[in-house]
Every structure is written in structure tokens, then in C-alpha cells.
Design a protein around this ligand. Sequence first.
Ligand code: HEC
Length: 148
Amino acid sequence: MKFKTWVCGSLAVAALIAGCGGGGGEGLDANGRPIGEGTDPSGPMTASFSSIQSHVFTPVCTACHAGASAPRGLRLDAANSYAMLVGVASGGVPALKRVAPGDADNSYLIHKLEGHQAVGARMPLGGPYLDAQTIALIRQWISNGAQQ
Ligand code: HEC
């Protein structure tokens, strides 16, 4: 009886460890930096707007979200992204701001990055999607007040 409990406990631990394998998300390295892009001279991504811009918006999102034909009019290049995100109603769900300072749960940007948006698809469209650590930093930036 005692022995059986020990075996089952050990197997459960082994299964957990096996299930914990793997590294960061696809397309991003352990620091949430897109592979092959030396985008931020200041190092690993942090929860600041400039870091999010250089690690995510510029290298990943401007493939689509730039210029006059940007989807939903949302330009995510460095010159436009802040003004088009923070405090601005989303096109998909106008009742929700794209970024509501201090309220990551009700920021449409987060819904789109986590894939539980009411309208359209998860971002970046077609993937690979941002890893959990990168999304957590963007959430933290919003929770901290979404400063520029
Ligand atoms: C391959 C093209 C493509 C890429 C790359 C892409 N998007 Fe999008 N995005 C779209 C399209 C098309 C829409 C409009 C349809 C929809 O809402 O799903 C959209 C819509 C959005 C919206 C909704 C805007 C609104 O007002 O309703 C947000 C927010 C968004 N994208 C953020 C991002 C972010 C952040 C990234 C980078 C991490 C990104 N997108 C990368 C194509 C793209």
C-alpha cells in the first residue's frame, strides 16, 4: 500500500516534468525577442512602451499594421502606435479601448493577443503568436498606466 502510493506519486512528478519541457514561443527567443532581429540595443524586453515597440510592434506587427491600408486603421509603427492604441476605441468592439490604461483585462489589444477577442482573429494574424511571457509584459505595461 505504502509502496503503491510512492510509485504513483513519482510517476505523476515525472509526467509533470516531461510536460514542462520546451522553451519560449515559436518565432521568439527566451527574452520574447523575435529570432533573428536585433531590435533593442538595451537588451531583454521590459514592460515599457519603447521596449514593446522595438521588440513586438515594429518587428512583428508592422508587416501588416502600417501605412494607409493598415487593418482597422491601426498603425503600429513607432511614430503612430501610441496615439492609435492608448485610450482609442477599437474598431472591432467600439465599447472597448484598444488599450485602457490600468485595465489590461478590458483592453482589446490583450484580447487580440490572447485570442479571446469577440471579433476577427488572434494577433499576429496567422501566427506565430506571442509567448506568454511577452504578453505578460504588455499586460504589465497597461496595468502600470500605459505610459509612453
Ligand atoms: C498578417 C497581417 C497581420 C499581422 C502580422 C498583425 N495583424 Fe493585427 N490585424 C490584421 C487584420 C487583417 C485585422 C482586422 C481583422 C481583425 O480584427 O481580426 C487586424 C486587427 C488587429 C486589431 C484590432 C483593431 C481594432 O481596432 O479592432 C489589433 C488590436 C491588432 N490587429 C493588433 C495586432 C498586433 C499587436 C500585432 C503584432 C503582434 C498584429 N496585430 C499583427 C492583420 C495583422
